[in-house]
Ligand binder design. Sequence first.
Ligand code: ZN
Length: 155
Amino acid sequence: MAIRQIRFEGDPILRKNSRKVTEVNERIKILLEDMVDTMYENEGVGLAAPQVGVLRRVVVIDIGEGPIKLINPEIVEEEGENIDVEGCLSVPNRAGTVKRPEKVKVKYLDENGQENIIEGTGLLAKAFCHEIDHLNGILFIDKIIEEIESEESHE
Ligand code: ZN
């Protein structure tokens, strides 16, 4: 178990494009494990590799139903609209509403290098979109409709 350091807004790495994983090797598996540990340590619902300083298309998510590990995730279908509040471990003092699809289908490789499709609605769809945005250097604050006063903003 290893906790990696979270990069914060202002760090140029968060604005870069992440590279596809070409081989799911031991290094990638360790990265996935560390990312899950780091997500839990920081009580997040998702984490993308650039947030720990690694420019690879790797994402972990847990909306309370157990960890989901995604390599090279790609949205292949989306449906509907959902406006909901978002925050981000890399932008600790801000929150706001963002418009996302209500439902998405995501194609990805699992930790065995197997191609899968996973479907998410609501909170899970939001998490998929938010984390995949990170792989393209996009932060939720780029898409905020309405800023919301964060409870932690005075720390
Ligand atoms: Zn984020």
